[in-house]
Structures are given as C-alpha cells and as structure tokens.
Design a protein around this ligand. Sequence first.
Ligand SMILES: NC(=O)c1ccc[n+]([C@@H]2O[C@H](COP(=O)([O-])OP(=O)(O)OC[C@H]3O[C@@H](n4cnc5c(N)ncnc54)[C@H](O)[C@@H]3O)[C@@H](O)[C@H]2O)c1
Length: 281
Amino acid sequence: MELNGRTAVITGGASGIGLATAYKFAELGANLVLGDIEQGPLNTAVSALRDKGFSVIGVQGDVSVESDVQALKEAALEEFGGAHLIFNNAGVAAGPTIGTAKKVWDWVMKVNVDGVINGINVFVPHFLEQNEGHVVNTGSLAGLGGVPGMGAYCASKFAVVGISESLFHELAMRGSQVGVSALCPGFVKTRIFESQRNMPSDLRSYNESPDARALNDLGSAAVSAGIDADIVAEAVADAVLTNKFWILTHMKAAVRTTEQRLEWMKGSGPTTINLEGATQP
Ligand SMILES: NC(=O)c1ccc[n+]([C@@H]2O[C@H](COP(=O)([O-])OP(=O)(O)OC[C@H]3O[C@@H](n4cnc5c(N)ncnc54)[C@H](O)[C@@H]3O)[C@@H](O)[C@H]2O)c1
C-alpha cells in the first residue's frame, strides 16, 4: 500500500517504536494521527513533527477503551478525510509468571490484547468498505516463544501473533486488498521497561516484589543493548509498502526461537533462553 497522501493512525505514538515509525511514515508522505495515554509526551511528539512540516494530530486516550480507539478513527476522518493504516502498537510489560497479581496480568492483557482487538474492530470494517488499508500489530519475540520473567507479557504477545495470523487468513479468504503485518522484534532501545509509568496507581504496589524488580533490571539491560527504534520503523514501512506479514527485525533470534520450539515439541529437551541473542539482528 502507498503511504503518500494516506492517513496512518499509530497507537503508543508518543514514544519508542511508535514515535520512530511516525517519523518514517511522515517522511513517506502520510498524514498522522498519534494516539497515546501520556498527554505530555504526546504534545511534545506532535509539536516536534509539526516543526518538521509534517501533517499530524495527537489524540490522548487508552487503547483498552474502545471509545478511545473510535475517537482516533473519527479524528482521522475529520482532520484528513480518511484512515488507511492502523498501527496497533501501544504496549506495556510487567511481571514474572510466578508471583504476579492477577490485576497486573489483567492490565497487561487489556492494554496489549484489548488494544489490538479494539484497533481491529474499529478500523478493519472501514478498510474493508474502501478495499484499502493495512493493519500492523505489535507482537514480540516473546510472542514466538516463552521467556522467563515475562508471563503476562508473553501471554499477551502470543495472543497478538495468533490474532494477526487469523486476520491474515480471514482477509485472504475474502480476497481482500487489506493487508496485515505482525511486528515481532527482539529488544529495542525504548522505554518499555518503564511501563509502570502508565500503570494504574492502585496496581503499582503489586509490581514491587524483589523477583519482579530483578527481572525488570535484566530486561532493562537487554533493552539498552537492543537495536534503535529507527531500524524497526524502516522494517514496518517496508512491510506496509510490500504487503509483508512477518516483520522480524531480529531474524536470527526469531528463527532460532521457532526452530528450538519445534525441536522441543518433537521431543528434544528445551534449551536455555539466551536473552543476549535477542538484542541484535
Ligand atoms: N522495546 C522492546 O524491546 C520491544 C520488543 C518487542 C515488542 N515491543 C513492543 O513494542 C510496542 C511499543 O513499545 P516501545 O518499546 O516503543 O515502548 P515505549 O514505552 O517507549 O512506548 C510505548 C507507548 O505506549 C503508550 N501506552 C502505554 N499504555 C497505553 C495505553 N493503555 N493506551 C495508549 N497508549 C499507551 C506509552 O505511553 C508509550 O508512549 C509495545 O507493544 C511493546 O510491547 C517492544
């Protein structure tokens, strides 16, 4: 799908992968609607993009609330007269499998999974009607294989990958021109391991066990050693332009994870997870 003159809606657009992709799409001629739960960073992102002459508006909201996602579509139609791409990207990370309160699991699932479902429910009917559009859902390498210390996150990202594959097959069965991509990066230098900044305040105390903190520190170190978000943005734009489903910015780790899982299913024991291997392409 062309991006020039089209309108792209990006959730979690104020930071990290979403913001880097906003710049890339804008350089390719797209109008932008950035959604984010954080008003301050959203205002900063919108001003910086406007200073470069790009067409962009920001709409504050929570992706787990369907009416907030609906507001993104309405803003796109009102401001730019159309909506052609939804990047369901907003996400949070928290909590190991053992010892994480159910309320924290619910928060991760609501943002990471309900956010994607809401994006699909709001935008896909519109894309089908105009027989043009593209959906990019942000999964993760943690959606291709289980990772220690990230139970809720893995659950949510496996769901995102599964939803994306189902959507791909449903669109193919209809012979639709609407495209879908699943973005599954390894570690990327962003603020993902500071996700608690967006955690509802009544949940914060649940996430402060020594185990949770230690694993968070491990994840933060891996993120610092990860790739730049610009590289991810390039890959996302390429997948939209060439209608590619898998966006695997850390190809070696993605293939290794998948092959090892297959061997495990076939009867060989699981190998230990190598987080360092997931930091570089
Ligand atoms: N950074 C990595 O190593 C990595 C790896 C794989 C996948 N991802 C995924 O990439 C996506 C983007 O994260 P990032 O790494 O750029 O982190 P980030 O924290 O820099 O950006 C996430 C953005 O989402 C926003 N957000 C959080 N909760 C929200 C909500 N309820 N509604 C709307 N916006 C909300 C945040 O305010 C932030 O601007 C996430 O889905 C994340 O899981 C990240």
